[in-house]
Design a protein around this ligand. Structure first.
Ligand SMILES: C[S@@+](CC[C@H](N)C(=O)[O-])C[C@H]1O[C@@H](n2cnc3c(N)ncnc32)[C@H](O)[C@@H]1O
Length: 242
């Protein structure tokens, strides 16, 4: 009895480890499912999750609101990023550059590529560069299917409150996987979908389980989970290779 249990437990553990490192990528023809949209969604589903609408540049002041630092502890988020002073970092879905600029001070010998699909957001980043005299932030116009970053060119990518909006999460994820150097890390920060007390619309939240499923389908390992923020997960995924 105890032998059976031990064997069963071990087999279970092995299966758990296998499933956590090599989830299958969804085949192209069934990758996305289209259905009637919810109020906040676009009616396009990926791995069981409905994709949300993109937050327009008209919402820039919400990203820059004075209460954000204490509500979300954005200072802790920035301090938690595993950075080295010479890192090339990509801020994907950078918006107004709320995170790009403080992160740039953490990579004084490196730089931050601030990627967004809205030229209006990039214009705000450009004027902030001029106003602050920052020279190591670089605005990059991304496409909905590609971050437009060179292969094996970045040490770390982070995505704060944006991944759930990507209309082509698989293609974007592939582009990010390719852009990271071997051993590079992807830090995904999303409002906790498991936590009903987080006052954010359902489609703008994500569970760690869902994020893990989507990232492992791309070849990432992880996540290492940092639960240090009041409302969001910090999920750290790694591109194998070092
Ligand atoms: C809610 S805002 C978050 C901005 C910023 N990360 C922050 O937390 O302050 C989401 C941003 O993601 C951008 N976005 C949506 N889809 C994108 C994609 N496929 N590639 C790059 N940016 C995207 C939007 O244009 C928007 O600026």
């Amino acid at each position: 009895m105890s032998i059976t249990l031990q064997v069963g437990t071990r087999l279970g553990l092995i299966l758990l480890v296998i499933s956590s490192v090599c989830a299958a990528a969804p085949p192209a023809e069934t990758r996305y499912r289209i259905a009637t949209p919810d109020r906040d969604g676009i009616g396009k589903f990926y791995m069981g999750r409905q994709i949300s609408h993109v937050m327009g540049h008209q919402g820039a002041s919400w990203l820059e609101r004075g209460s954000r630092r204490s509500e979300e502890r954005t200072d802790l988020l920035i301090a938690s990023l595993p950075l080295e002073p010479d890192f090339i970092v990509a801020d994907i879905g950078a918006g107004t550059g709320y995170f790009s600029f403080p992160v740039a001070t953490r990579v004084p010998q490196g730089r931050v590529l601030a990627v967004d699909i809205q030229p209006e957001m990039l214009a705000m980043i450009s004027s902030r560069m001029v106003q602050s005299g920052t020279t190591n932030v670089e605005p990059v116009l991304g496409g909905v299917e590609s971050p437009n970053l060179a292969i094996n060119s970045i040490d770390l990518a982070f995505i704060v409150d944006a991944y759930h909006e990507f209309s082509h999460p698989f293609e974007m994820g592939q582009g990010l996987f390719d852009a990271l150097k071997p051993g590079g890390q992807l830090v995904l920060v999303e409002y906790r979908g498991e936590d009903a007390s987080v006052p954010i619309k359902r489609l703008h939240k994500m569970t760690a389980q869902q994020a893990g499923k989507e990232m492992r389908a791309l070849g990432f390992t992880g996540p290492d989970v940092l639960d240090v923020l009041p409302q969001q997960h910090i999920l750290i995924f790694t591109k194998p290779g070092e």
